[in-house]
Design a protein around this ligand. Structure first.
Ligand code: NAD
Length: 295
């Protein structure tokens, strides 16, 4: 069993981007600038946005964090997005999800200028991704593709079972894995909450991607010997021994699944850091006006 080390791979990607940023600086060119919007005080969202902003600083990007109270009106939020759309210094815009219930997430995503939509959630970018055209690919599935590529994992002809069909993870993951590309060329089964024979399907999988949001949902009896296991889940479970009162676990029961797997991502330290590396890559492409992500 080999651990797919997201910290290590994301560091390699970030180091590479830092060199590219230094080159832009040396040539007197514009430095990539990411704007992040955070609404409310959700603990997990705060952590994710903080690490995105910190990563920008580490590699030499400029970043702006706009924070709003959870009571912000939809109009005020949209006005701010439009301001960022019109600001030529801003290359990438991300709105940390989820948003408070009174705000229409779809409207917010549709308001972001597609050329600055570094999360790749705008329908125009989703359409391009489905068509195999160069575009911004949603950061989590893009990060997973970069991880598979880094470890030179041969996915061709493999059966991938993706658990979860969200727009940000499961659905784009299924599209990317089924593409005629490397990594890719998998036969993909996309499963969800209405799938009847999930265990049976998982047992046929050469690659399992778990993106469900249920702690330790995937157990050893669901995984074939030698499978590649990608755990997207980030779940907080109570842990009195921690100062924070919780610890993070994935959607996979790591202790029992890892001995059966050929490769597995840990939580934390697997897909999470790769998501940030992918976001930074998308932001670089936005800044130089080139969308090259066609994995
Ligand atoms: P979501 O809640 O939007 O989607 C969950 C999906 O799981 C749904 O499509 C649902 O149909 C499916 N599902 C629920 N119960 C199921 C069951 N019993 N059997 C099969 N499918 C079932 O979640 P999401 O936004 O895709 O996130 C999933 C997990 O990944 C969460 O833990 C989230 O925190 C984590 N996440 C991690 C990263 C990262 O960077 N590592 C990024 C995004 C999300």
């Amino acid at each position: 069993m080999q651990i797919l080390d997201g910290k290590l791979v994301s560091k390699a990607i970030k180091d590479q981007i830092a060199v590219q940023v230094a080159e832009l600086k040396a040539q007197g060119k514009k430095i990539p600038h990411l704007a992040a919007i955070l609404v409310g005080n959700d603990g997990a969202s705060e952590t994710y946005v903080a690490s995105k902003v910190k990563s920008c600083a580490e590699i030499g990007y400029n970043s702006t964090l706009l924070r709003f109270d959870s009571q912000i009106s939809e109009k005020h939020l949209l006005d701010n997005i439009n301001m960022l759309n019109e600001n030529p210094d801003i290359d990438g815009i991300l709105v940390q999800l989820p948003l408070p219930k009174h705000i229409n997430e779809e409207l917010v995503i549709n308001t972001i200028d597609p050329s600055k939509d570094v999360d790749g959630f705008h329908p125009m970018n989703v359409g391009k991704m489905v068509s195999g055209l160069p575009t911004f690919i949603p950061a989590t599935p893009y990060g997973i593709m970069l991880m598979l590529e880094h470890y030179n994992i041969d996915t061709k002809g493999k059966h991938a079972v993706v658990i979860g069909r969200s727009h940000i993870v499961g659905t784009p993951m299924s599209i990317l894995l089924s593409r005629n590309s490397n990594p890719g060329n998998c036969t993909v089964t996309l499963t969800h909450s209405h799938t009847k024979n999930l265990k049976e399907l998982c047992l046929q999988a050469d690659i399992v991607v778990a993106a469900i949001g249920k702690p330790e949902f995937v157990t050893a009896d669901m995984v074939k010997e030698g499978a590649i296991v990608i755990d997207v889940g980030i779940n907080r479970i109570p842990d009195a021994s921690k100062k924070s009162g919780f610890r993070l676990v994935g959607d996979v029961k790591f202790d029992e699944v890892s001995p059966r797997s050929s490769y597995i991502t840990p939580v934390p330290g697997g897909v999470g850091p790769m998501t940030i590396a992918a976001l930074l890559k998308n932001t670089y492409h936005a800044a130089i006006g080139q969308k090259g992500n066609q994995n």
